[in-house]
Design a protein around this ligand. Structure first.
Ligand code: AMP
Ligand code: ZN
Length: 453
């Protein structure tokens, strides 16, 4: 049983998928005119944990993440650099996917481009015009009339906002204190890319992109929609309005939102100029997975203040975990019954943590406890931690196992026997010989371990 905090209900709910073991997830993707910053990446890591936890629970996941490749900021940059929008968006979309890979974020099943789905957006808007819910403003753009959709505000609690009846906004992102009619189709402007439509030349607004692509690939109603908290209003509220007004059906069952990454207690954002990218991290010789580790040590619904010190601590903790993975035990006994029971108990605790609204801080603490457990052999620990890492994605399976030469293993076994017979002097001599050959034998409660010197 998985419990997830649903923004729509403002509480944790047991997850019940629509189609058996198949789960449809839509995650709002990047606007590709620049590098993703660590704040954006925190949200994508949270969404990756969501899909991994579902898979860990034997669900089959279909995740769609859009790439916004036509938008005000892209157009502005293209104009400044005297390029067409494609020349801006293509390289950044590629870099985006590379960043995800470095963070061990699993690939979504599809990354649809907005510019390849204009037809679907036009169809949605046409339907809304026919129903009298969308209208043409004096400027020639098409707007959604929020008065015509009675559930407007159900996600973001409309009563907290000033409702500006008849007021229209043509920007995609706008004042979060106000609710007003929002743009679906922006009429053509000089030197801007445009597409033909029955309601005039122009280009789509940002919100309609997500509705069109989500419903095309996941159906009119699907399981989970996720993003950062800043998207609750207006973006997700508007997605619900457009989609439900068009289909008459519930758009999404579970809305999940990740909290922000902060710098000096302010949201990391391009507009505040306080951003870092993965390249900044790599220049300082950090492993991108140290950032992933840092993100997982806080719950996705808590704000996380980024500092280089906390990143260093995460890097150290990750290194320790990696070191635990390369230890090979001289003791080749198969796991005992009590060991197996311990493993099962840990697995259960781990599952309870991740299934409780993706409690990664608890899950990570548990992994750290496991690697320190003196009652588990290194082999048992390793197989257990690797299994749990399928949900956490810390890349532990890629840590290369050291091949300890047979001769060294035999010498360590021999030394163990000598010690068992209390022949400590020859045992110590053997240990020295092993050291001369580049290995160290460590006696632990779980038996001797061989490490490279
Ligand atoms: P954007 O490119 O601004 O549309 O953002 C892409 C994703 O990153 C969205 O899901 C945002 O909610 C999320 N996001 C933006 N800034 C932050 C931040 N400082 N911390 C966490 N997520 C963020
Ligand atoms: Zn979206």
């Amino acid at each position: 049983m998985i419990n997830l905090y649903n923004t729509l209900a403002r509480k944790k709910q047991t997850f019940k998928p629509l189609r058996g073991k198949n789960v449809g997830i839509y995650t709002c993707g990047p606007t590709v005119y620049n590098f993703a910053h660590l704040g954006n990446l925190r949200t994508y890591i949270f969404e990756d944990i969501l899909r991994r936890v579902l898979k860990y629970n034997s669900y089959k996941v279909k995740q769609i993440m859009n790439i916004t490749d036509v938008e005000d900021k892209i157009i502005k940059k293209a104009q400044q650099e005297k390029k067409n929008i494609n020349q801006i968006t293509k390289p950044y979309a590629k870099i985006f996917l590379e960043d995800l890979k470095k963070l061990s974020i699993e690939k979504a099943e599809k990354y649809p481009l907005a510019t390849k789905h204009i037809k679907e957006m036009i169809a949605l808007i046409s339907g809304l015009i026919k129903k009298g819910i969308a209208y043409k403003g004096e400027d020639g753009s098409i707007y959604f009339n929020i008065q015509k959709f009675k559930n407007y505000g159900k996600l973001s609690q409309l009563q907290k906002r000033e409702i500006k009846i008849g007021a229209r906004v043509s920007a995609d992102e706008y004042n979060k204190e106000q609710a007003q009619d929002f743009v679906l189709w922006k009429t053509k402007k000089l030197n801007e890319p445009f597409w033909k439509s029955p309601f005039g030349d122009g280009r789509p607004g940002w919100h309609i992109e997500c509705s069109a692509m989500a419903m095309k690939y996941l159906g009119k109603t699907f399981d989970i929609h996720a993003g950062g908290v800043d998207l609750i209003f207006p973006h997700h509220e508007n997605e619900i309005a457009q989609s439900e007004a068009a289909t008459g059906k519930k758009f999404v069952n579970y809305w999940l939102h990740g909290e922000h990454l902060l710098v000096n207690n302010e949201k990391m954002s391009k507009s505040l100029g306080n951003i870092y990218t993965l390249r900044d991290l790599e220049q300082k010789n950090f492993n991108p997975l140290a950032f992933r580790y840092l993100v997982l040590t806080s719950h996705y619904r808590s704000k996380l203040n980024f500092t280089w010190e906390s990143l260093q601590a995460a890097q150290n903790a990750l290194n320790n975990l990696h070191n635990e993975m390369i230890i090979i035990n001289a003791d080749k006994k198969s796991a005992s019954i009590s060991e197996n029971q311990r493993k099962l108990a840990y697995e259960k605790q781990f599952l309870d943590a991740i299934n409780d609204d993706l409690n990664t801080p608890k899950a990570i603490a548990l992994v750290r406890k496991i690697v320190k457990d003196k009652n588990l052999s290194s082999n048992a620990k390793k197989s257990l931690v690797l299994k749990l890492d399928k949900a956490l994605g810390l890349g532990l399976k890629n840590v290369k196992s050291e091949k300890i030469p047979l001769k060294i293993k035999q010498m360590a076994d021999e030394r163990d026997k000598l010690r068992a017979n209390k022949q400590f002097i020859p045992a110590d001599l053997l240990r020295k010989k092993i050291e001369e050959l580049g290995y160290i034998v460590e006696d632990t409660a779980a038996g001797p371990k061989i490490l490279r010197k």
